[in-house]
Every structure is written in C-alpha cells, then in structure tokens.
Ligand binder design. Structure first.
Ligand code: SF4
Ligand code: SF4
Length: 86
C-alpha cells in the first residue's frame, strides 16, 4: 500500500545498506549509517534534483516499509536488511 512520506522521518536514508554510489558516498553506505546528504530535518536536499540517485527517486513510501512511525520504519527496514542478507 502506497502512502505519503512522513515529514521528519528519514529512516530509509539511515537504516538500509545502499550498495550503489551516492553523492558524497561513492561506495554507497552501510546499514544504520545516515546518508551524508540527509539534512538536520531528516529530509533529502537533493529531492527533485538531477544529482539525486535514481535508486532514491524510484523508492516510493510503502506501508510495509515505512510503518506507522519513524521507529517502526527503522525496525521494519532492519528486518528487511537481515532477510536480504541471508
Ligand atoms: S521510511 Fe518512508 S516515511 Fe520514512 S522517510 Fe522513508 S519513505 Fe518517508
Ligand atoms: S541521496 Fe537523499 S534520498 Fe538518497 S539516501 Fe541520501 S538523503 Fe536519502
């Protein structure tokens, strides 16, 4: 189920590992480490700009990933990380 992105969340820019280059992080990022582009309000300043990686632009908020709170999203994404590592 597609939902609207929660203001001040940023869980999907912190919890998952990203194995492709991000601006300022050429080797991608490990799980649990915030993307260097994430700002203090947990927003992406690259939103809508050409520098924003396709991977990020293609990701759509989804209830099964975003949950009902930031903490819930962090837990759900951590579980997905474990499931995809196995
Ligand atoms: S986890 Fe979902 S709600 Fe949170 S920032 Fe990412 S897309 Fe938005
Ligand atoms: S580039 Fe922006 S959307 Fe992509 S992980 Fe970093 S902060 Fe998030």
């Amino acid at each position: 189920m597609t939902i609207h992105c929660r203001v001040g969340c940023g869980a999907c820019c912190i919890a998952p590992s990203i194995r492709q280059a991000l601006p300022g992080m050429p080797a991608g990022k490990p799980a649990g480490i915030a993307c260097v582009n994430l700002d203090d309000a947990f927003s992406c300043p690259l939103f809508g700009r050409p520098e924003r990686p396709d991977l990020c632009a293609q990701f759509k908020p989804e209830l099964s990933v975003c949950g009902d709170s930031r903490e819930h999203a962090m837990q759900l994404i951590e579980l997905l990380e474990i499931a995809t590592e196995a």
